[in-house]
Structure formats: C-alpha cells, structure tokens
Design a protein around this ligand. Structure first.
Ligand code: AHR
Length: 663
C-alpha cells in the first residue's frame, strides 16, 4: 500500500479542495450498532479458484521450465502438436536424428520418449524452447534432471559389439548461442537411469533454451527432461513459481478450489480429471489433454495442491467429476454429456472415498500411507469436497450424483459435499440443481455467475432473502464482465460491492471465489482474469486488489446497521473481525464523492485512531496495464473517529475503515 504522502496528484488535490468545489451531496447517515453481539459468518468466506486455464499450471504456477518434458504432447490437445513439439534437433557439426518411440517406456503412464541418435562423430543438439523461452536469473541455481538409457553405441546395426559410454552435455544457452551454464553426463546403462545436476546461470535472460548435446556415435533414449528453479515457493522440489505463488498467498485466501472448472469433468469420460493419476512420482503420472486446448502434465497434482494450501493457510477444496462429462464434450455444443456406465460407478465412488482417506486417513491406512510416502504423514484436514461442476442436471447426472453423495454421507459425514447448480445464477440447471439439493439434503451448492457490473449492483440483495434452512451457498465462480471484458475499476468495484453483500450474508454464503485466477500473456483464452503474468513478471488487476483488501480485512461477525435512503450505487458491510476490530467496508459506485455521517451506536470512546484504506480513481474505466504502476493505487492513512463522524467517500472507490477493538 502507498502511504498518503505518495498519493497520486488527483487524490491529493481532491483532499485539498474546499468542500464547496465538490458536487453537492446531502450527507447520508450510516448507523452501526457496535455493541450488538452481531451475526457470526463463515470463517472461510473468501478463497480462490485455481483452474488450469490460460496456461495457469504448466508454463504458469507450476515452476517446470521445460515444455513437453515427457514427450507426451498429442494432437488430441492441439491439432498441430506431436510428441516432439517444443523440441528441435540442430546439427552442430554432426549428423543425427530425433525420433519418438514407445517400445521401452519409462512407465505405462508415460508411454513415449525421444530417441536421439548420432550417425557420425560430431555434435548434434536437442533443444527445448521452454514455454515461450526459459526465463533465467543470474547467479541462481536450476535443477536439471532427466531419464536416459543407451539404446546402442557405435552404429545402429552393430548389435551389442560396443559397450562404449555415451556422453551428453547439457547447457543453458541464449537464443543466440551464448552459454549460460553447462554440465556433462555419461550414459552407461542400457536400462533407464536418472541423471541430475544443478546449473547456475551466469546471466539473466527471459528466454533461454535447454540444449542437450550428444557427440559419440550411438543412440540414446531420453525422457522426463526437467528443469526447475531451485527457488520455488517454500523451496519445495517439484514446486511452484515463487513470485506467482506469493502473489496468490498475499490474497490470504481461506481456501483454494482446484483443479477446475470445466477441466474437472473433462472433454468426455476418458478426459475426467482423476485425482489418482496426479499423485506419486511425476514420471509415473498419467498425463492428458486439457480441454482448454493444451496439455496437462499433472506435475502440479493433488499432493502439490494440498501442500500449497497448507503453505498459505488455506483449506483445500478439491472438485471431482460427478460421474458425467462436460456437456460440451466432443464439439457438441451442449449436448455431449457422457454418463459413466452404472457398472463402473462402484469403482468410481471408491476413488472418491479413497481421496478422503488419502487426505485425512492415518498414515497406516492404504491411501494415507501414500500421502505419508510423499512426505506428509499428518492428515491434511479435508473438509469441503465439490462433486461436479456446472453440469447439465439430467436424469443421468441426478442418478450418479446421488450415488456419490450418499456414499460420502454414509462413510464420511464430516465432509461437506458441495453440489452444482449449473453455469448461471438462474435458469433450468440452476432450478433443477437447487431442487436436487433440497431433495438430497446436499449441505452446500456451487453458484456461478459472470455478469455485467450493473448486474452485480442490481443483485446486492440476492442472498438477503435466501432461505436459511436450505443448502448453504458457495459462490464458486464470479466476475464482473465489463465492456470488452476488461479488468476495469468499474468491474472491480462492482465485485467489491458484491463482496460486501456476501459478508452481510456470510451465514448462508459460506465460500466465494473469483474466476478465473491466472492467465499467461499470449496464452489467454478467457478474460478477465484476476492475475496476469508472463515468464518473468506478475500483473495483478484491480479486481485482484479488491480481493486482496477483502482477504486482508476478513471479518467474523456482521453488525446490524442501517443506511436510510441508500442510493443503489452505494454498498457497505459493517462487521467485527476475530480480534474485535470494527471493520467498515464502503463502496461508492458513483462518479461523484459521497458525504457520509457514520454513527457508531454504543461506541464508548470519545475519539480513537482508525486505519483508513482507499482504492479509488475518478475514472472507472481505468485498468492496470502491464509493467505500469497500478492505475488506481491503494492508499492508507490514520484518521481519528468518534461516536459520530463525517467521512467522504471518493468517486468510484472502495473504502475500508478499521477501528481497533471497538467499542
Ligand atoms: O472459469 C472458467 C470456466 O467458467 C470454468 O471452467 C467453468 O466452470 C465456467 O464455465
């Protein structure tokens, strides 16, 4: 946050302007009963939703720098892709070939590998471009690893005459060929061996390449070629990109929903996201196409998701398919829902129950032991489990969801199952989903809405009238979609207004998460997103700033308050946090400042310092631009408040007033 002394000129001038120069506004009175016990709300209200969309995982949060490391890319993901995409053979004085093979796979789940052969003595290089380049920093360490086996030494048809070792040099190079780091290996075995080394880059560059150079006549099989920065988030091996993970952690999310979204129920049954495929040694995980048009290595798998949750103090909220695929499967335009045959539902339900055991069971249990073997003997403490995502609520869905839900309830009543009510805040799937939730007594349902900023402002009372005896609500995906789907201040403030309404209704709305979270520049298929990034930078949006402010000013108890004649573009929540601080959140969606008289009824001190935080800009069209200072910066300052005080809300603003330990 910027101190007020660094505030932009427009805001400084605004503060200095005589009151008479401001557009006339009759003061409204916000009256807050600060002595009331208040209404306790969900301690988990604001979290995040991570989906591997827009290159969020591979090439994004997952810190792997090598693209197509396992030679498993396929045209199922993208028409032009092959097993050798992102790899290139370049002769460097020698003659050689690059092929793909599957006769001696490293693992059945990793069926393809590269064959690099040298026909004459002289160098040939196998080059990987990374994800739009390999970003390196000077003097930082990078951990290279790969599997290799010698297929033959000498000529290909020489049989086993020669047992000569095959040397392999690994380099990090700039695109122009300058060497940034180098190491060498010798492949001596005819069976798969692992190799690893740490490389220190001698320069910073956004777009280096990994180069593997063979020079002796012979043939080598190579697989799972991997390069990670040593500095991953919390230094975990197979870890996350530190800057991106920290940007997410700064939101202080109370939960993380993963791994999707549409990604979960997949493009047809074979493309379900199956959690068991994503644990264990990375070279043994079953990879697959991502329905967003690229590839999932699942190197960022269930263990890594749970570990990240634990690292940042968030609850894990995994979502499993409800036994049906995405209704848009197979280019069908909404009619492609496939239902798992009922004969397979028993095994499928067991997978779901195994997930709960993997997360929460003792390390002596079958699946708890696998978690322990991965390095986490203590249970993860899973509480929420999503079943289905935006599914078409058909009889086939109903039947399968019910089987899964009943099995979880019977075996694990401690788990809160979250059902799905379609992709929109109303309509057929919404109605049917809610009816199903009522019928099955589903504890919570997942509502989604991507709507205009005006819609958000017009629907602030949405949850005020929700029947508290029905299922609780998880607003699992929402975002205000402004003109051209830009991340404007207008959109961010509409979301802020929405969040105040969710806080006020935090007894029925238990969880909420903006969507989508991440998007890589140049690889984005869905806008707006909360955080943009490229290989070296992170670009948070103004919507991110709103989420950050709410996450860092989370409250525990909502206090009764009134604002007579409240205009429709003013939203507020009045609450206490778990430490007893009074936290007022006020959103002014108007293009003029708003005078407010704030009455703290029951406030016992005559005056006290309070912390004022403001995100504002006179132009609601502003949006953060990459590599520029924030279009609207958050400013903070200490003010003095008394039982009744006047306060002015700037045009287009979110204001947070925190009064320590009131009353
Ligand atoms: O958030 C992007 C997509 O929007 C999600 O995958 C899906 O659930 C929704 O339609």
């Amino acid at each position: 946050m910027l101190p007020f002394s660094n505030r932009p000129l427009w805001l400084a001038l605004l503060a200095l302007a005589p009151a008479s120069t401001l557009p006339a506004q009759a003061a409204l009175t916000l009256s807050v009963d600060v002595a009331a016990p208040g209404k306790p709300i969900s301690p988990d209200l604001f979290g995040i939703f991570f989906e591997d969309i827009n290159y969020s995982a591979d090439g994004g949060l997952y810190a792997e720098l090598i693209q197509n490391r396992s030679f498993e890319y396929s045209p199922l993901a993208r028409r032009e892709w092959t097993n050798l995409t992102a790899w290139e053979l370049t002769p460097r004085g020698g003659r050689g070939d690059l092929d793909v093979d599957g006769a001696f796979p490293l693992h059945a789940n990793n069926p393809h590998y590269a064959v690099l052969s040298v026909r004459d003595t002289g160098e040939v290089a196998l080059v990987n471009e990374g994800f739009d380049g390999v970003a390196l920093r000077a003097d930082e360490d990078y951990r290279l690893s790969f599997f290799a086996r010698r297929l033959y030494a000498g000529g290909r048809w020489d049989g086993k005459k020669s047992a000569s070792p095959l040397p392999l040099v690994a380099r990090l190079e700039t695109r122009e060929g300058a060497v940034l780091a180098e190491t060498s290996f010798v492949v001596t075995e005819d069976s798969w061996q692992t190799f690893s080394a740490t490389l220190k880059s001698n320069a910073t560059t956004p777009a280096a390449r990994l180069v593997l150079i063979a020079r002796e006549r012979g043939g080598l099989a190579l697989d799972e070629v991997s390069l990670f920065p040593a500095k991953t988030f919390r230094a975990h091996p197979n870890g996350l990109r530190a800057d991106l993970a920290q940007t997410i952690a700064d939101l202080r999310p109370r939960f993380i929903r993963f791994p999707g979204g549409c990604l979960v129920h997949g493009n047809g049954i074979p493309n379900f996201y199956r959690w068991k495929d994503t644990i264990g040694p990375v070279e043994q995980r079953r990879q697959q196409a991502n329905l967003w048009g690229y590839h999932q290595t699942v190197g960022l798998g269930y263990f890594e998701y749970f570990q990240f949750c634990e690292d940042i103090g968030a609850r894990a909220l995994p979502v499993v398919p409800a036994g049906v695929s995405c209704q848009n499967s197979g280019h069908t335009g909404g009619t492609g829902q496939q239902c798992l045959p009922l004969a397979e539902m028993g095994a499928y339900i067991q997978d779901v129950l195994d997930l709960i055991e993997w997360a929460n069971g003792p390390s002596t249990s079958t699946w708890g032991a696998k978690r322990a073997a991965a390095g986490h003997p203590a249970p993860f403490g899973l509480k929420y489990l999503g079943v289905g995502n935006e599914d078409h609520i058909t009889p086939g869905f109903h039947e399968r969801f019910e089987l899964i839900q009943r099995a979880i309830q019977a075996r694990h009543p401690e788990i809160v199952v979250i059902g799905t009510v379609g992709p929109a805040p109303d309509g057929e799937d919404f109605e049917r989903g809610w009816r199903l939730a009522d019928e099955l007594r589903v504890p919570m349902v997942d509502e989604h809405y991507y709507k205009s900023p005006d819609w958000f402002w017009a629907n602030l009372a949405r949850y005020d009238a929700y029947d508290r005896s029905r299922a609780k609500v998880y607003v699992g995906e929402y975002a205000a979609h402004d003109d051209k789907r830009r991340s404007t201040l207008r959109a961010a403030l509409a979301e802020a207004a929405h969040l105040t309404a969710l806080e006020r209704n935090g007894d029925v709305v238990t969880l909420a998460s903006y969507a989508p979270l991440l998007a890589k520049r140049g690889r984005t298929q869905w806008t707006p997103d909360l955080i943009y990034f490229d290989n070296t930078n992170v670009y948070p949006t103004l919507s991110y700033e709103v989420q950050r402010l709410f996450g860092n000013n989370a409250v525990a108890t909502v206090l009764p308050s009134t604002l007579r004649d409240a205009p429709t573009n003013l939203a507020f929540s009045t609450a206490r946090d778990s430490a007893g601080d009074l936290v007022l959140k006020l959103v002014n969606g108007a293009s003029t400042p708003r005078q407010l008289r704030i009455e703290l009824v029951g406030f016992t001190r005559t005056s006290t310092p309070a912390e004022l935080t403001v995100l504002a800009h006179p132009d609601a069209n502003v949006a953060n631009e990459d590599a520029r200072p924030p279009a609207a910066a958050t400013l903070s300052q200490t003010i003095t408040v008394s039982p009744t005080f006047e306060h002015e809300l700037p045009a287009h603003s979110l204001t947070i007033i925190r009064i320590p330990h009131a009353p």
